[in-house]
Design a protein around this ligand. Structure first.
Ligand code: 8YV
Length: 328
């Protein structure tokens, strides 16, 4: 007798090829118009699904999970960060949580370098001048940015993405510094000639460019606090492709407005999709709408990972990308 396929509820529109395969394998409920689920829709989804596939735009907190039906055994998140999921509440309910690590490393590292270049060399500002018809001609002392070759880059969080940033930055002639919970092995440090700073404060005070590449956890919330941001040099720039919550965005904005920092490149924000209007008015800030991993290749890889995680789980095996293991 054929066994019943699990009901998989996907909260956002995924690439067609991924959705097609999911529909072949599972009893899949899609979101063709791609609207962000309301609280009520999330409650309904956890009350019905055997497997939920959320994204960063869904806050799966304890209140939502309180409505989960007993058959909800897996949350197979489409994304690497899992800070939108209350892991303690999932653990309490014996729900397994998986993510999609590794497949957006290179794309996010590319975006980090793009932001470092964009801020240092004033790319967005220059583009606006041309597009708005304000370019009156070349001048030797106009639109000068800063050279990145020879600058000190301090990477906050030297996981997969931090290391991919380091490899790229080395090729651009930057010297690599990092702060991480744990020091990396000498082999990895040697590959990019990275200097480890046990003290984040001391590293911040000496860098030209800071790149945030750590996950958002209770321990990293406002890691770059008002106090720590004040340690930065006036000519420093800050780039964040990780999570907005890691930086005190109000404090950062205040410093940028006051000219106490040279610039910032932000792909993520504390209250997405809201962006502090004061940031929008600044010319020395490059703002992107959480595009770090937004490549077709990356989204397909992420979808593949979600499928493999669900398939292995429903077949009774341990899914490869477990963040949290429930009771199988
Ligand atoms: C994804 C991300 O686009 O994977 C992550 O952690 O931040 C993004 O790059 C998003 O999370 C998809 O859910």
């Amino acid at each position: 007798m054929p066994t019943k396929k699990p009901l998989v509820i996907v909260t956002r529109k995924l690439p067609d090829a991924i959705e097609t395969r999911m529909m072949e394998l599972f009893d899949t409920r899609l979101n063709p118009d791609d609207h962000a689920f309301t609280q009520a829709e999330l409650v309904e989804a956890v009350a019905q699904a055997d497997v939920l596939v959320p994204t960063v735009t869904d806050r799966i907190d304890g209140r939502i999970l309180a409505h989960a039906n007993p058959n909800l055994r897996l949350i197979a998140s489409f994304g690497t960060g899992v800070d939108h999921i209350d892991l303690a509440a999932a653990r309490q309910r014996g729900i397994t949580v998986t993510s999609t690590p590794g497949v957006l490393t290179e794309d996010t590292a590319d975006m980090t370098i793009a932001l470092i270049l964009a801020v240092s060399r004033r790319l967005a500002e220059g583009e606006r001048v041309v597009r708005e018809g304000r370019w009156v001609g070349w001048s030797p002392t106009w639109m000068l940015g800063h050279r990145i070759w020879g600058k000190r880059l301090g990477i906050v969080g030297m996981g997969r993405i931090g290391r991919a940033v380091a490899r790229r930055a080395k090729a651009f002639g930057m010297s690599i510094h990092y702060h991480n919970r744990n020091r990396l092995s000498p082999e990895i440090e040697q590959e990019v000639e990275a200097t480890f700073w046990e003290s984040l404060d001391q590293m911040l005070a000496r860098m030209d460019i800071i790149s945030v590449n750590c996950p958002h956890t209770p321990a990293t919330y406002h890691l770059l606090s008002a106090r720590r941001l004040k340690l930065l040099q006036k000519q420093a720039i800050v780039v964040n492709t990780a999570r907005g919550e890691v930086i005190d965005e109000n404090a950062l904005t205040r410093m940028l407005v006051a000219g106490d920092l040279a610039g910032a490149g932000l792909d993520v924000f504390e209250h997405e999709p809201a962006v502090n209007p004061k940031l929008v008015r600044l010319d020395n800030v490059v703002l992107l709408p959480h595009m770090g991993s937004a490549t077709i290749e990356g989204r397909l890889n992420m979808g593949e990972k979600v499928i493999v995680n669900i398939k292995t789980f429903v077949d009774g095996h341990r899914p490869p990308d477990r963040v949290l293991e429930g009771l199988i």
